[in-house]
Ligand binder design. Structure first.
Ligand SMILES: *[C@@H]1O[C@H](CO)[C@@H](O)[C@H](O)[C@H]1NC(C)=O
Ligand SMILES: *[C@@H]1O[C@H](CO)[C@@H](O)[C@H](O)[C@H]1NC(C)=O
Ligand SMILES: *[C@@H]1O[C@H](CO)[C@@H](O)[C@H](O)[C@H]1NC(C)=O
Ligand SMILES: *[C@@H]1O[C@H](CO)[C@@H](O)[C@H](O)[C@H]1NC(C)=O
Length: 591
């Protein structure tokens, strides 16, 4: 059943890892691993196919993007040095770490009355899961509900030939990128566990559980042998040089593994977190499945902690999502392993990684919670899980949220009231911060109502901006004036009158270039979002403002579940004086 004892330093080889995973057969890792010739594949430079930089960001664009994001969200140590000097007096105390963890309920459990509210958050929650269904790769089940989607990428294989079909396409393209995919899955599962009232009152429990089982099944396939885990399928060069439907793809789809020679602690930590969280979800409804997920989570965690390194150093083709560090991801992974198993070793690991991460990064590193920076989520989880309340983790979360709420450092407020951080997909940053606010608010609801209301109402204000208060919706297929030109291949292609997979009529660059609206509506996709002055261009060529991605929708989905299940309302936020920023119609948001 995997490695139960392991080391954190990587200096001692985990014996259990190398003899683990009996389900992969009896061949030992020592005899198998050296015979596999992964290095050549794993280090191959990405191809530079024509089209790069025309339809998609170039390699240089990606580098500039990450530079800009890391700079924009850089921590201001002055602000962080003295929380009490910068926040409202009511918040000068730090929560004592008393959190209210609710036991996980059975699917379809207690119903609550959804507050009649400014938007039907439960409806958007269902649509958000439609987006994840539309991103599915592989053989679709008979109950697929996306009419324009069919089977695709049925030949996806690990470097050793193992089947790695399934999973989700990353964004508007057809790459399967397990780093952002794992992060998104862990955040979605967290929202599911934390906000069950919202899921059950909107009747989305079964659909969401299906969605997370889909991605967990893929992660299990990717763990195809002993210490080898497939981390990416598809080459950004050749994928991005083509425009068309997933069902019609013909280009080669190479894949890359992580293993003892190609470490990827960040990606494996994230995947362990996702599988541990999804295992918690299925404990009651499918205990055998939950056990299997736990076993894989243990193995992958052990591999990630034993062979330490950044996955994007091991896999050159991973340049769209380069990892800055891995200690935050291991903290997140260890914290989830502890929540799942209750085993002290995982908590010890989490606290140890947390300290090391702080030393290396001066705390959270930067003010974004995303696939490259999972520490803020880990802070909340540690505040929840510490057997003896320790205010240190909760206080980090408060600092993070106060920076977002007050608009400090890289965060500014648009005239329409959006907390804005970066021209690349700014809405995912704010919705991820709103997810942190939602979980925190939910947990301190009874012990610290003042703080709970402040964070909850802030999250609500930002969601209101996104769903329509700004004058338009940023969610495809929902609300007033939603986007109609998503930077998404499948959405832009005409229906296949010749049958799914026929490429009749053909879909290619001309469908990218036409000015007409997307023929397929990719319901529930949260797009990148507006510029700093609320302006926004609903154009297919605008991948900064108009692309969806599996990580973009993840925190967003959790906040929707929170608001769906919350008895609070905007009117009450206003009446109590808990509103810091009022979202409003922006003069500048015409499409
Ligand atoms: C950092 O934060 C402090 C306190 O909020 C503020 O006075 C200062 O101007 C900020 N510095 C920068 C470089 O943004
Ligand atoms: C933090 O700010 C408070 C309020 O302004 C002040 O009383 C306190 O001395 C400051 N602490 C530090 C360490 O600067
Ligand atoms: C859809 O079909 C799959 C495979 O048969 C099944 O596991 C799943 O529960 C179904 N989903 C729903 C929402 O009915
Ligand atoms: C933390 O605060 C809660 C609520 O005020 C209180 O019930 C609890 O006893 C406190 N715990 C500690 C360790 O101070």
């Amino acid at each position: 059943m995997g490695c139960r004892r392991f080391v954190q330093t990587g200096t001692v080889v985990c014996v259990a890892v190398l003899s683990l995973v009996s389900r992969h057969g009896s061949v030992s890792a020592q005899s198998r691993a050296p015979s596999r010739s992964l290095t050549a594949t794993s280090t191959a430079a990405p191809s530079s196919a024509p089209g790069i930089g025309t339809f998609e960001p170039s390699l240089g664009d990606y580098a500039a993007k990450h530079q800009s994001i890391n700079t924009a969200f850089k921590l201001n140590s002055t602000f962080f040095a003295n929380l009490s000097a910068t926040v409202v007096p009511a918040l000068q105390k730090v929560s004592n770490g008393t959190f209210d963890i609710k036991p996980i309920a059975q699917a379809g459990g207690s119903k609550i009355e959804s507050a009649s509210d400014e938007y039907d958050y439960g409806q958007v929650l269902g649509l958000s899961w439609k987006f994840y269904e539309a991103q599915r790769s592989g053989k679709l089940p008979a109950n697929n509900s996306i009419p324009w989607r069919g089977d695709s990428a049925l030949g996806d294989k690990a470097p050793d030939g193992s089947d790695v079909t399934g999973g989700w396409y990353d964004a508007g393209d057809h790459l399967k990128l397990n780093f952002p995919m794992a992060w998104a899955a862990s955040v979605l599962a967290w929202g599911f566990i934390e906000f069950q009232d919202g899921y059950s009152s909107s009747a989305q429990t079964a659909y969401a559980a299906d969605g997370l089982r889909w991605v967990a099944d893929y992660f299990i396939k990717c763990h195809h042998s002993d210490v080898a885990y497939t981390a990416q399928v598809g080459d950004p060069g050749s994928d991005h040089a083509t425009w068309g439907r997933a069902e019609d793809m013909t280009m080669a789809r190479p894949s890359w593994d992580l293993d003892q020679n190609n470490p990827g602690s960040d990606l494996l930590g994230q995947t362990a977190a996702a599988l541990a969280a999804i295992s918690i979800m299925f404990e009651k409804s499918d205990p055998n499945y939950a056990l299997m997920l736990e076993a894989h989570a243990r193995d992958l965690y052990a591999i990630g902690t034993t062979f330490q390194g950044k996955y994007s150093d091991s896999i050159k083709a991973a340049y769209p999502y380069p990892s800055s560090n891995f200690l935050d991801d291991l903290t997140w992974g260890a914290a989830w392993m502890y929540r799942k198993t209750g085993e002290q070793q995982f908590l010890d690991d989490a606290l140890n990684f947390w300290e090391r991460n702080k030393d290396e990064e001066g705390g959270g590193g930067y003010l974004a919670w995303n696939w490259d920076s999972s520490i803020w989520g880990a802070d909340v989880l540690l505040a929840q899980l510490m057997p003896h309340p320790d205010p240190k983790y909760g206080s980090e979360v408060q600092r993070f949220l106060e920076a977002w709420i007050t608009g400090t450092d890289g965060i500014t407020y648009t005239p329409g009231g959006l907390a804005w951080g970066n021209q690349w997909g700014t809405l995912r940053f704010v919705t991820n911060a709103a997810m942190i606010a939602s979980v925190y608010a939910n947990n301190v609801q009874s012990t610290d109502p003042t703080m709970s209301h402040r964070y909850s109402c802030w999250a609500r204000s930002q969601m209101k901006y996104i769903l329509g208060d700004s004058g338009r919706s940023y969610v495809v297929g929902f609300g007033n004036d939603p986007p109609t030109h998503a930077h998404h291949r499948g959405a832009s292609c005409p229906p296949e009158t010749g049958g799914l997979g026929s490429n009749v009529p053909t879909c290619d660059y001309s469908d990218f270039s036409v000015a007409t609206a997307d023929p397929n509506i990719i319901y529930g996709a949260l797009l990148g979002g507006p510029a700093q002055d609320d302006s926004y261009m609903d154009s297919r060529s605008n991948y900064q403002q108009n692309e969806p991605a599996v990580d973009y929708n993840s925190g967003f989905t959790g906040v929707l579940a929170y608001l769906t299940g919350s008895p609070d309302s905007w009117d009450q936020c206003v009446a109590r004086g808990d509103v810091v920023h009022t979202p409003q119609k922006a003069s500048n948001n015409g499409s």
